[in-house]
Ligand binder design. Structure first.
Ligand code: NAD
Ligand code: WQD
Length: 336
């Protein structure tokens, strides 16, 4: 299939591009590089052995989108492009609504105008909010606790309404849990700008000597070791999940939301131990106050993905840490 990846040079988009290209799909990328680097395209081309058409542009640019959709005979769009900092979404909500919701509307209108009606949308487990029960299944009430999560829920709702108004649409919203890890080549991975907000990239910077220690946000939760527990999922498993969703949207119409998680929760200390094993280094840590807005524990019920998409996460926590470490080592070599 001819597939447009918006935000395709970002963390999840770039890993998905490798899987789709390997499956023989024609991958076209649009990214405004607000949170990614052009060099990722070179890495993608060396991994895939293919030249991937790339447009440096914004999903809010309707004429550009229409041009790309038509020129490349796009059949399906995977919409990764979005801003993802929970903290920044609280301090600059309009930026998030404009980019994440406004950007999605411009994209959907361009797709409608060019008769491209297959879409996979990057949603998030954050749409569920405070757990009423665990694991979260897709029928769990939706009550995001931050602006970022509300932008994701709004787009999901817009897409659901659209699919009701025009039965030709085929839409899957993938609710990712906590993606970490990197491509097995060590050539691409997660490269946040500035000081990372999230656990794995923060650990990577501690191990690389860029930050002195890990701040553990709370060790007094009602969890197995007192630290927060999350459903970490290998980004290559997530990439495989997109390939499975692509097959699904090709054959079915309507709207679906599907969790992509492993169904297993690991604590901050579990991740630290696994990363220490991968890197053969001790990670200094300092216990701090709980981070505002953090939940003690959440994880996915991943049954729908297996039944509907035939997809299941295969890689374990050690493999997530090993691949992240391999990518870090590659970055350290390049910096020398
Ligand atoms: P990322 O920031 O690495 O990738 C997003 C990409 O989109 C970046 O390359 C950025 O430059 C680009 N982009 C942003 N706004 C754009 C715009 N208006 N026009 C064109 N390009 C634009 O993030 P990621 O981790 O790869 O996440 C991809 C998607 O998945 C996002 O929508 C994110 O909200 C969602 N998501 C991520 C996580 C996570 O923990 N990483 C979890 C759940 C959902
Ligand atoms: C994981 C655990 C922290 C950093 C976020 C978004 C969510 C989704 C994924 C996009 C928690 C602890 C963290 C640190 C720590 N993104 N931690 N020290 O908060 O589960 O999810 O990313 O959709 O919407 O909210 O991920 O990696 O920030 O935190 O102790 O320096 O690690 O308290 O228990 P989170 P995270």
């Amino acid at each position: 299939m001819n597939i447009l990846l918006t935000g395709g040079l970002g963390f999840i988009g770039s890993h998905t591009a490798t899987v789709l290209a390997a499956e023989g799909h024609e991958v076209v990328i649009i990214d405004n590089l607000c949170n990614s680097q052009r060099q990722t395209l070179d890495s993608l081309e060396s991994i895939t052995g293919k030249e991937l058409p790339f447009y440096e542009g914004d999903v809010r640019d309707a004429p550009l989108l229409k041009e790309i959709l038509q020129k490349h005979h796009i059949e399906c769009v995977i919409h990764f492009a979005g801003l993802k900092s929970v903290a920044e979404s609280g301090t600059d909500p309009l930026k998030y609504f404009d980019n994440n919701v406004g950007g999605s509307i411009v994209l959907i209108e361009a797709m409608q105008a060019t008769n491209v009606k297959k879409l996979i949308f990057s949603s998030s487990a954050t749409v569920y909010g405070e757990p009423q029960y665990l694991p979260y299944d897709e029928d769990h009430p939706l009550a995001p606790m931050n602006v970022y999560g509300r932008t994701k829920l709004q787009v999901e709702e817009i897409l659901q309404d659209l699919s009701k108004s025009d039965l030709d649409w085929s839409i899957v919203c993938l609710r990712y849990f906590n993606p970490i890890g990197a491509h097995e080549s060590g050539l691409i991975g997660e490269l946040p700008q500035g000081i990372p907000n999230n656990l794995m990239p923060y650990i990577c910077q501690v191990v690389s000597g860029k930050l002195p220690h890990l701040n553990v946000f709370g060790d007094d939760y009602d969890t197995k070791d007192g630290t927060g527990e999350r459903d970490y999922i290998h980004v290559m498993d997530l990439a495989d999940g997109h390939a499975a969703a692509l097959e699904f949207v090709d054959k079915h119409k309507g709207w679906e939301a599907v969790n992509l998680g492993t169904g297993i929760a690991y604590s901050v200390y579990d991740l630290v131990s696994a990363f220490e094993k991968s890197s053969n280094q001790t990670i200094p840590k300092v216990v701090k106050e709980r981070r505002i807005g953090d939940l003690p524990i959440y994880y996915a019920k991943a049954d729908k993905a297996l039944v509907m998409l035939g997809w299941k996460a295969k890689r374990d926590l050690q493999s997530m840490c090993d691949s992240s470490w391999k990518y870090q080592e590659q970055l350290l070599k390049l910096a020398k």
